[in-house]
Design a protein around this ligand. Sequence first.
Ligand code: G3H
Ligand code: 13P
Ligand code: ZN
Ligand code: NA
Length: 284
Amino acid sequence: MTLVSLRTLLDAAQAGKYAVGAFNCNNMEVVQAIVAAAEEARSPVILQASQGAIKYAGLDYIVSMVKAAAAKATVPMALHLDHGTDFNTIMACIRAGFTSVMFDGSKYEKEENIARTKEIVKIAHAVGVSVEGEIGKIGGVEDDIAVDERDAMLTPVPDAIEFYEATGVDALAMSFGTAHGPYKLPPKLDLDRIAAVHQKTGAPLVMHGGSGVPEEDMRKGIELGIRKVNIDTELRQAFLAEVRRQLAERPDELDPRKIFAPAREVLKEHIKEKMRLFGCAGKA
Ligand code: G3H
Ligand code: 13P
Ligand code: ZN
Ligand code: NA
C-alpha cells in the first residue's frame, strides 16, 4: 500500500469519532514496532519524524524505512514531519515523499505564524501533502513553569478559530494543558477549550504531549474532537526499560539483536494498547 495523506486518515477519524496515533520514530526497530502494532491491531497509523530524528537517522533512511514498511502494509499509513520549524527541511520532506508536514510557527506572533503557515499550506496542498499547524505554545514538562503560567499559555479559543480558518491547515495543534515529556503530576486537560474549538470549526485537533495523559482524560478529549495523538516519551520509556532489563539479565550478551528484539516486542505491545485506547484499533 502506498502512503496516504494525513487528511485521508483524519477525515475517516472524524467520521468515526476516534483518534489516530502518531508515533515518533528514530530508528529501524521503532519503525518496525509501530508498523507491526498497526497490522496486528488493524489500525491506521501515523509515523512521524522530528527534525532531530532526521538529523539522527538521515532523511533518506527515514523515508526508505517507512516506504519499505508501507509497501508490505495492509493498513493505511502516513509519514509526517513532527514540529517542522525550518522551511528548507519542510520542503525537503515533501520532496522526499512525506505525505504530511507540521509547520510549528508557535514561536512567532499570531499574524506572522498565520502568514508563514499559509505559505506552507499553499505549497504542500499543491502536491497533495497535508499540513498540521500550531497556535499557542505547547511547552515541555522540563520547562519547569508554574501552574498559573502554564494556564496563561493555553491557546485562547478565538485565536485557535482564527488560525484554523485563515490558514486552511488539515490538523490543528493548540495548547489545552498537555506538555512534552514525562509529567511530574498528571496534566489537567481543559476539555471545554477542546470542545469549543472543535464545535465551532470541526477542526481535527492534535494532542501533543500525549504520553502520560490519564486514560479517562484521553477518552474524553477524543470524544470532544481530538483526532491525532502524538506519543514519543512513552515509546522511549517502554523500549529502554526492556533494553535495561535485558542488559541486566544478560550482562555478557554480545549480540545487540538479542537485546533489541525483545525491546521491539515490548514496544509493539505498548503501541497496540494505545491504539485500543484511541479507538483507531479495528478501523483498518
Ligand atoms: O515533541 C517532540 C518530540 O518528542 C520529538 O523529540 O525533537 O527529541 O526528536 P525530538
Ligand atoms: P510526548 O513525548 O510527551 O509523548 O509528546 C510527543 C509529541 O508531542 C511529539 O510531537
Ligand atoms: Zn509535539
Ligand atoms: Na507528555
